[in-house]
Ligand binder design. Sequence first.
Ligand SMILES: NC(=O)c1ccc[n+]([C@@H]2O[C@H](COP(=O)([O-])OP(=O)(O)OC[C@H]3O[C@@H](n4cnc5c(N)ncnc54)[C@H](OP(=O)(O)O)[C@@H]3O)[C@@H](O)[C@H]2O)c1
Length: 266
Amino acid sequence: MTADIGFIGAGKMAEALIGGLLAKNVFPKEGIVASAPSEATRERVSGTYGIRVYGTAAEAAADSRIVVLAVKPKHVQGVFAEGLDLSGKLLVSIVAGLTVDKLKSYVPDAKIVRVMPNHCCMVLEGAMGYCCDQSVTESDKAEVEGILSAVGLAAEVGEDYMDAITGIAGSSPAFMYMIIDAMADAGVLNGLSRKDSIELAAQSMLGAAKMVLETGKHPDVLRDEVCSPGGTTIVGVRAAEDMGLRSAVIAAIDSTIEKSRRMSGN
Ligand SMILES: NC(=O)c1ccc[n+]([C@@H]2O[C@H](COP(=O)([O-])OP(=O)(O)OC[C@H]3O[C@@H](n4cnc5c(N)ncnc54)[C@H](OP(=O)(O)O)[C@@H]3O)[C@@H](O)[C@H]2O)c1
C-alpha cells in the first residue's frame, strides 16, 4: 500500500519529523518511507524507526501520497534530475531559501508547501513558518498543520515574509543560547556551579516561554507580575534597559532578516 508520507533525504531534519510523526501517532511506521543514497543512513533510519527505505528519491516519491524534500540545497537539482513524478501530490519542502516558484519550475503539477523550520524540531519544540502555492487546498493545509505540529508550532505566512521567519524562528535559537550562556556566566560570577547555572537558566527560558504560550498574556504583563514594587527584579529590569537588552535583541533578529533578504534577492 502507498505510504502516507515519503522523505527525500533522511538526515537530521527528516529524522526529527519522522520521530515526531511516530511519537504523536500522526502516521504509523508502515505509512512512512524515506530515501537516502548512502546505505549507512538507510540502515540507521530503518533500524531506528522501522520504516521502509529506498536508495533513490524517485522510488520514495512514487511510494508516497505526500512528499517531503529534506536534502541540502546543493543536492536539490540532483534530486529533480531523477525525474520525479509528483503530479497532484503535495510536496513539502524544508530546504532553506528554495522558493515556491523554483520548486514549481521543477515539478509544475505538484502542490507546493515551503517550510522554514528551526533545529528545535529535533526536540519536538520547533518554530516554523510556511507558505503555500495557490493549488494547495484547505484540507491539504490541515494535513500540513498536523504534520508540522508533530515537531512544534507552525504559522502560515505569505512567501514575502519567509525572510522574517528566518530571523524570528530559523536563526533565533542562536540568540537564545547566547542569553542562556550569559545568564550562566552571571550565576558562576556569584558562586553557582556552571552546570547548575546553565540548567537553571535554560529551565527559566523554557518556563517563561511556556508562560507566554499557555497563559496568552502579553510578555510585558508577565514581566510586571514578576516585578514587585521596590523589589529585586525591577532593579535588574532597569539594568537590562540601561545596557540596551531590547535593542540588542531587535538588532540581532533584524540584521538576520536583512541578510536573508539579500541572499534571496528580496
Ligand atoms: N538542520 C537545521 O537546523 C535546519 C533548519 C532549517 C532548515 N533546514 C533545511 O533542512 C534541509 C535538510 O537539512 P539537514 O540538516 O537534515 O541535512 P542532513 O542532515 O545533511 O541530511 C540531508 C540528507 O539528504 C540526503 N540526500 C542527499 N542527496 C540525496 C538524494 N539525491 N536523494 C535523496 N536523499 C539525498 C542525505 O543522504 P546521505 O545521508 O545518504 O548522505 C541526507 O540523509 C536543508 O535543506 C536545510 O536547509 C535545516
